[in-house]
Design a binder for this molecule. Sequence first.
Ligand SMILES: [Zn+2]
Length: 229
Amino acid sequence: MILFQQATGVDSTHIDFESVGQPIHHELCAPWLHLKAAAADAGLNLCIASGYRSFQRQLTIWNNKASGLRPVLDEAGRPVDWSLLRDREKLFAILRWSALPGASRHHFGSDIDIYDPSLLPPGCRLQLTREESSGPLAPLHRWLDGYLASSQCGFFRPYSSEQFGVAPEPWHLSYAPLARQFQGALTLDALAELLEGTDILLKPDILANLPEIFERYVQVPWSRYPSAA
Ligand SMILES: [Zn+2]
């Protein structure tokens, strides 16, 4: 049960909030520092933009988007006209960019969004977009491509291509030895029960579509995990 509560961001006893400056799983600190050192050897300043996120935080993001308080973008990055959408359409519009509370891999603490601040043009804020990844941050991603393929470091990109429902996120890294156990603990039935007892907007449509959501947006295919880690 504790593994499920940690997998859904309800419990944070697995998180080290201080050691590396961003909250991550305490067992991720050593592998992370190892990866960071390897990047430094290649002249890169690998940093974490976002690590662990709690269920409550993801719920706030979700409810702000569902209520129209926070803009939701379409595939071209333009704000969607919220008043024109039905609830089911709102649900899938949000899911393209934001995880369902309880189903974000950032709850695991084994998953991080990374960047290199020294590659960003002066005055530019980090955006974590595909344009940025293939633009100013391209040297970092080229190095990661090679390192992840050859090092058996345990890190991989769960959202590397479009075939899975989530938009590609090359900046999102997952540490397989830890992530595997949390993903295994995150079952459809337990997630449904958690959300049923939560004050979440669009709840009827979430529950009615949960099997599809789970398959398309939550359950990263096990074949994506590196076999050696
Ligand atoms: Zn991420």
